[in-house]
Design a protein around this ligand. Structure first.
Ligand code: FDP
Length: 310
């Protein structure tokens, strides 16, 4: 029988925090399946009396779940980026409640990204100090892919909502994969291609991928586009910047948590010069270039694209 999240995580406050996130993800997944995010459908109206955008609704669902857990001191999110108290003690949690909201209408996969630190604030810390980070993918399947600082590798669990009466909510998450390596391989996910207009290094890198017959796999959703590096065990994802197309991705809510995941799975991350896990967090609003993938691919990105334009 497959291992579940219940037995994977030792008892303690981190387990309670992850459990709260899974409960929120189950709710978000259910709303998406009922059409939340599609203009005409009413499921977004279930939160109080307000007609809320689905990403704002997802933000509130996660905040409520984390408040209930009692182990979260501080939260901040892409929707509400200022650090604020969450009613508990122990962790700071940063999250992007619904990444890829511009592709909900196309029915592509979207996701929630999270990073957890054992402190009352992220400021002055680095991603390398996180205790856990990962993402939920809402696709044909709902999955949690995450890594924990004191466990090797990255781990994936599938939400399977059939359980016996004596099981816990974490028994609904069944282990599916363990990710131990991201090798070189000809798969590329090139974000922000517009920046090739005035980022000549990126233009050359794209030409390198094409002339070497890399396979294009890019949906425009950061969660599925990064998650595929783990599943396929190879390739590269990037989102560089240029003067005319500046960096879009948020360091704290998107770039660092996924860097933590990728590096625990044996891959590399970079902002064009250093690992995203070694960048000091000086605020919650910073944006960054990113590259994730196999060592050789990230080194090629650093050599050809390099540091972000200011
Ligand atoms: P979205 O705007 O749909 O929420 O950071 C958000 C994000 O999607 C990422 O998921 C994705 O990789 C990126 O933006 C794509 O940006 P562009 O559509 O501007 O290329």
């Amino acid at each position: 029988m497959a291992q579940t999240l219940e037995t994977f995580l030792p008892e303690g406050s981190l387990k309670r925090c992850i459990e709260a996130l899974t409960e929120a993800a189950e709710e978000i997944s259910s709303l998406l399946r009922k059409g939340a995010g599609l203009g005409g459908l009413s499921s977004v109206n279930t939160f109080g009396d307000q007609q809320l955008q689905v990403d704002v609704l997802a933000d509130q669902i996660i905040e409520t779940a984390l408040q209930r857990s009692g182990v979260v001191e501080t939260i901040c999110s892409e929707e509400n980026s200022k650090e604020r108290p969450c009613g508990g003690t122990g962790f700071a949690v940063a999250y992007d409640p619904l990444d890829g909201s511009s592709i909900i209408d196309t029915n592509f996969a979207v996701g929630t990204i999270f990073g957890i630190l054992k402190d009352g604030s992220f400021i002055g810390h680095k991603g390398r100090e996180f205790v856990a980070a990962g993402c939920f993918v809402y696709g044909p399947r709902t999955e949690l892919t995450f890594a924990v600082s004191d466990k090797e590798y990255a781990h994936q669990f599938i939400f399977i909502p059939t359980v016996s009466e004596d099981s816990t909510s974490l028994d609904r998450w069944k282990k599916n994969h363990i990710f131990t390596a991201i090798e070189s391989g000809k798969l590329f996910a090139p974000g922000n291609l517009r920046s090739t207009v005035d980022n000549i290094g990126y233009q050359k890198l794209v030409n390198y991928w094409m002339s070497n017959k890399y396979q294009l796999r890019y949906t425009g959703g950061m969660v599925p586009d990064v998650n595929q590096l783990l599943i396929k065990g190879k390739g590269v994802f990037c989102n560089p910047a240029s003067l005319s197309s500046p960096a879009k991705l948020r360091l704290l809510f998107e770039c660092i948590p996924l860097a933590f995941l990728i590096e625990k799975a044996g891959g590399r991350s970079s902002n064009g010069s250093v690992s995203l896990l070694d960048i000091p967090i000086t605020g919650t609003e910073e944006r960054s270039q990113v590259c994730y993938g196999a060592k050789e691919e990230v080194e090629r990105f650093d050599a050809m694209v390099g540091q972000m334009f200011s």
